[in-house]
Design a binder for this molecule. Structure first.
Ligand code: ADP
Ligand code: MG
Length: 695
């Protein structure tokens, strides 16, 4: 009868539920078993004892021991979350996201509830969150609102060996605000001097063995070493230098795939473009291999990879197939991928470099250090003996590679850091207890720049402008542009432009077989030669008019994913406007107002056209060119402001607008004199200037 049928269906559903429950339970049980297999596990009790005994502990253990995923869980299990959260910082956003997802899974909770992550423009935490993974930059920002980190019982500064600027500054701030280590004199407005934290625990974890430096910095804090389990790795060098390391890497992958025993491959590249190029070549070349060769599963991993694709690298490789992970140096120590047997190391990474004399910052492909090369090699021997193919000669390793990477704080613009320290009331930057101090020239540059932007007064004190700027999680020039937009009554537009610039260069999409169509679509947004910033504004506003249509993005060769990210960023920035009392005014047709607001932040980046069609930056003259992707690359306006410089074959200005030179004196009187912007005066270049650019 009908009734019987219904009952059966119900029963079936019930059975299905039971089966699912059992499957989930066995997956959960397996995860718990896996946790006990990690090298960290036998040291659980000993570690907990050490944490109880000491306020600061340096923890050293090989990548993959379980430091990041296990230590916060152990502490939680031992009750440390009763009186506060456990924080764990990561230098990279992808790591914060991926590791927190794993820990949520291990604890059987939903990501964002008890376990969450916080990265710039994305907060996946809630009231419930007790284990919080975050980028080190986000923790720095938390200091602004909570300098004693009152809501935390434990802070774990993870991947300390990476020595990012944020981690280094965090260390200094911890000393000032949590430990009160005789640095008190440096703080000018001490809200409540007794509020240091004898109760908070600070863990510093590192994957490299030179932990003594961290220990010494924290007054001889004890070092807890977790013995690694590592299998031997054969290191193979090339006989002669490789002319094209990408090609060499691809060939090596194919050779391993065709001739070597099972085991996954990890290749280190310098960035997304290289990874995508390698992926494409590998796909084309494996097509012809036939069915006798096993399947090759290619998994890219880099900072901007969407999170749904990030989980793919952790999936188990099916029998007979081989996984090939194409990674940036995120896979050096931040993420552990099980099953890697072969590592290919071309020996390069992308590194920030900064010239305080010219104030120019750039990303440059540089040889890695010996320490980094050793880390990369180690990834091949985690679960069985492995091989590492170094695509450079043994001689190059010995003679051309530095022992260690120079800490980022010594090769980056510190405008951000200085603004933050000033907002925290720390004035004496020269005597701030940096683990490795930045060059004095770099600090001076940052002070000068903040002064020119109006963030500091002539005594180096924070101004109201500076205080407002510090509210935005952006570089000072971008923050200034937003704060300045208030005066020009175009905050809505400037916030949009800012969000689009922050997303980076992944807005427009240019498929190989449809380049002409894509370029035409792109040029539509440039009509009237409005300049790249205004074109970005037009893209966003047009998309908004279609009610954020995905179809519209396809038709216009625009990456919908990037647009959604821009929208998220925009929402957050807009939320901050009110906090700093900026009126959300809109004035889309007044291009002059919008460009003046942009110039208020970016007047440093002014360049003037030369007779030969190249440009010269105004102060600290350098020869630069408009990037071919710019809407103005054929227009060549006389005066331009650019967003950034990228060095490929030459120095290119990316994202450019045309300006009037008289704006510079009006907008940045601390920086430009009338004589700087007079057309005739700069045609005859004074002798000294031409030489300065050459050395
Ligand atoms: P460490 O911090 O010491 O380098 P981790 O705690 O990151 O070690 O890693 C411990 C184990 O957890 C490794 O076997 C790693 O493969 C696994 N793991 C970490 N993150 C993930 C993830 N997102 N998905 C699957 N496994 C993961
Ligand atoms: Mg880790």
């Amino acid at each position: 009868s009908i009734l019987d049928g219904m009952k059966d269906e119900e029963e079936e559903k019930e059975d299905e539920k039971q089966i699912k429950k059992l499957a989930a339970k066995s997956a959960f049980d397996k995860l718990q078993e896996d946790r006990k297999m990690l090298p960290m596990f036998p040291y659980r009790e000993e570690l907990l004892k050490a944490v109880e005994q000491y306020q600061v502990l340096v923890i050293v253990g090989e990548t993959g021991s379980g430091k990041t995923t296990q230590i916060p869980q152990y502490l939680h299990e031992a009750g440390y979350t009763k009186n506060g959260k456990i924080g764990c910082t990561q230098p990279r956003r992808v790591a914060a996201m991926s590791v927190s997802a794993r820990v949520a899974e291990e604890m059987g909770v939903k990501l964002g509830h008890e376990v969450g992550y916080s990265i710039r423009f994305e907060d996946c935490t809630s009231e419930k969150t007790i284990l919080k993974y975050m980028t080190d930059g986000m923790l720095l920002r938390e200091f602004l609102s909570e300098p004693d980190l009152a809501s935390y019982s434990v802070m774990m500064v993870d991947e300390a060996h990476e020595r990012t600027v944020s981690t280094d500054v965090l260390f200094g701030l911890v000393k000032v605000f949590l430990f009160n280590n005789g640095s008190v004199v440096m703080i000018s407005f001490v809200k409540d001097i007794t509020r240091f934290r004898p109760d908070i625990k600070l863990l510093i974890s590192s994957a490299t063995l030179d932990a003594e430096k961290f220990s010494a910095y924290f007054d001889g804090a004890p070092i807890f070493r977790i013995p690694g389990r590592r299998y031997p790795v054969d290191i193979l060098y090339t006989k002669a230098p490789e002319a094209d390391y990408l090609e060499a890497a691809v060939v090596t992958v194919l050779q391993i795939h065709v001739t070597m025993p099972p085991g996954d491959v990890l290749v280190f590249f310098t960035g997304q473009e290289e990874i995508e190029a390698a992926e494409e070549i590998l796909k084309t070349r494996t097509r012809g291999l036939g069915t006798r060769i096993g399947e090759m599963i290619i998994c890219p991993i880099y900072a901007n990879l969407p999170s749904d694709l990030q989980t793919k690298i952790f999936e188990e490789t099916p029998e007979g197939a081989r996984k090939v992970v194409l990674a940036t140096n995120i896979a050096e120590t931040s993420l552990t991928i099980d099953g890697i047997k072969y590592v290919i190391d071309p020996g390069f990474c992308k590194q920030k470099s900064y010239n305080p004399r010219t104030g120019m910052e750039s990303l440059i492909v540089t040889p890695v250090s010996k320490a980094a090369a050793q880390q990369r090699t180690g990834r091949a021997g985690r679960t069985s003996p492995g091989k590492c193919f170094r695509l450079y000669t043994a001689h190059a390793y010995q003679t051309e590679m530095d022992d260690n990477t120079v800490p980022e704080i010594q090769r980056t613009n510190l405008g951000n850091v200085v603004l933050m320290l000033k907002s925290l009331g720390i004035h004496d930057l020269i005597n701030f207890d940096f683990m490795d101090p930045p060059p004095a020239e770099t600090l001076l540059r940052a002070l000068e720049q903040l002064y020119a932007l109006g963030a500091l007064n002539d005594r180096g004190e924070l101004t109201k402008m500076g205080r407002r700027m510090a509210e935005f999680p952006l570089d000072p020039m971008l923050s200034k542009m937003i704060v300045a937009s208030d005066k020009f009554k175009c905050a809505e537009e400037v916030v949009t432009i800012c969000s689009m610039l922050t997303v980076g260069n992944s807005i427009f999409y240019r498929p190989k077989d449809k380049q002409v169509h894509a370029d035409n679509a792109r040029m539509n947004f440039h009509s009237g030669n409005v300049g790249d910033h205004l074109a970005l504004l037009k893209v966003f506003d047009s998309w908004k008019e279609t009610d954020f249509s995905t179809q519209w993005c396809y038709e216009n060769y625009i990456q919908v994913r990037s647009m959604k990210r821009a929208r998220d960023i925009r929402d957050q920035l807009e939320g901050l406007l009110e906090r700093v009392e900026i009126e959300a005014a809109s004035n889309p047709d007044d291009h002059e107002a919008i460009k003046k607001a942009i110039t208020s932040g970016f007047f440093y980046h002014t360049a003037k056209l030369q007779k030969n069609g190249s440009y010269r930056t105004l102060k600290n003259p350098q020869t630069v060119t408009i990037h071919p992707s710019s809407g103005l690359s054929q227009v060549l306006p006389r005066w331009v402001v650019y967003h950034e410089l990228v060095f490929t074959t030459k120095e290119y200005m990316r994202q450019v607008i045309e300006i009037k030179p008289e704006w510079l004196v009006e907008i940045a009187p601390h920086y430009y004199k009338k004589s700087d912007v007079e057309d005739t005066a700069s045609q005859k270049m004074p002798k000294g200037r031409g030489r300065a650019a050459m050395d």
